[in-house]
Design a protein around this ligand. Structure first.
Ligand code: FAD
Ligand code: MG
Length: 365
């Protein structure tokens, strides 16, 4: 009996060993299969547009990925040379140095200005691309950052008015002009516009999975290489870079975040950030500490983030109730409150347990 029992238990052990080996072989085979079929990754990183530009693409063919990335980087350099206020020969610099007179510009510059004016109109001038004199006066983000005299601020603020801009097509050319003394600064929309352009270019190169990061302006193409939605972390306004207060699951869309923590200087205990209220000519202190907009258009998202910062929490919530197609996440610092629009309720997760979440109900007006 003991022997029979012994035989039975040793055959049981044999069975377990064989089953374990079988599972191990299956796991190994699956690993080999998936590692062979995992898409290839290619990436580029460069300091452009005053920030770090990172492009990541996935696909089956390394040469095609490299070609798509090279074309995208070259396009970013080309567009920067048209839009930068720091490049004297750019379209925008030529318009500024010839204020009061018209300049022939590239079709891309014409398109960007037209979109900037559309956003200025839709936000009641909270986003204003003629903020240039104010940006230059304060010098935030440069070694000349300082608090100007009230009279200087008033003089610069007088020049800010997008309604004095003209931009039109004539005989197949694009022309643009700002009023005398005015200056364009498209820093609040151009990165978004360029991200849209890069996404189009990558798609034309057959890319179906990509992550475009132009310093706060994200654009994802398709699904992540693991085959599911991209999980994007939203930078915590009070914590070091890379720490998040929440995440959002997205596909084929842009996520743009603006925060006063991006560029600022401190004087006498006051923090002055780089987003200005066009009606005061001073850095905004509206109580919002982070604004993210999720949109198919990175340019619109970029401009709207900047505009909502200027509007502040109450006006931004009202704006989002009126524009129900918009998807956004707002953080109000003092109350540690996060507002999200109803249409992203299923995609957003709050990871900071110390913050409160409120869903902006599109039904309430
Ligand atoms: P956003 O909120 O998207 O934009 C803030 C910026 O928008 C401000 O910096 C200001 O430029 C502008 N702005 C402020 N208030 C308003 C308002 N009410 N309405 C409209 N616009 C407003 N940085 C450098 O340091 N050196 C460079 O050489 C340089 N070159 C650049 C070239 C290009 C083509 C672009 C697009 C950007 C460049 N930058 C450069 C960065 C730029 O100066 C801004 O800092 C950056 O675009 C701000 O982006 P953001 O996402 O942090 O903030
Ligand atoms: Mg912006």
């Amino acid at each position: 009996m003991a022997y029979i029992n012994g035989e039975a238990s040793s055959s049981k052990i044999r069975g377990v060993v064989i089953a374990t080996l079988f599972i191990a072989v299956l796991v190994f085979a699956a690993r080999v299969y998936f590692s062979l079929h995992e898409p290839l990754k290619a990436e580029r990183e460069s300091f452009r547009l005053g920030t770090i530009v990172r492009l990541n693409v996935w696909g089956e063919n390394k040469a095609s990925l490299d070609a798509a990335l090279d074309a995208s980087m070259a396009e970013i350099v080309r567009l920067e040379s048209l839009f930068s206020v720091n490049i004297a020969t750019s379209d925008i610099s030529r318009i500024n140095s010839n204020s009061g007179g018209r300049i022939k510009v590239s079709p891309e510059t014409g398109e960007l200005i037209a979109l900037a004016l559309k956003n200025a109109g839709e936000t009641g001038g909270a986003f204003d691309p003629t903020i240039g004199p104010v940006v230059r006066l304060w010098g935030i983000g440069t070694k000349n950052a300082h608090v100007p005299a009230d009279s200087e601020i008033d003089a610069a603020r007088e020049l800010v008015d997008y309604r004095r801009v003209s931009c039109y097509k004539q005989n197949g050319g694009c022309y643009a002009a700002v009023g005398r003394g005015q200056r364009f600064d498209l820093g609040g929309i151009a990165k978004g516009w360029i991200a849209d352009r890069v996404a189009d270019l990558l798609r034309k190169h057959g890319i179906t999975s990509a992550l475009i990061d132009l310093g706060g302006n994200l654009y994802v193409i398709g699904k992540s290489p693991k085959g599911h939605a991209w999980k994007i972390g939203l930078q915590h306004p009070d914590k070091p870079r890379g720490e998040y207060f929440g995440t959002i699951d997205v596909e084929d869309i842009s996520v743009v975040t603006s925060g006063p923590y991006e560029r600022y200087f401190e004087k006498d205990g006051v923090r002055y950030n780089h987003i200005f209220d066009p009606s005061t000519g001073r850095p905004v202190q509206s109580g919002l500490v982070s604004v993210s907009v999720i949109s198919k258009s990175s340019a619109d998202a970029d401009a709207l983030c900047t505009a909502m910062f200027v509007m502040g929490p109450e006006k931004s919530v009202a704006f989002l109730r009126e524009h129900r197609d918009l998807e956004a996440v707002l953080v109000v610092g003092a109350e540690k409150k996060v507002f999200i629009t109803q249409n992203i309720e299923n995609k957003f997760s709050l990871t900071d347990g110390g913050m409160m979440l409120e869903v902006i109900n599109g039904a309430v007006k």
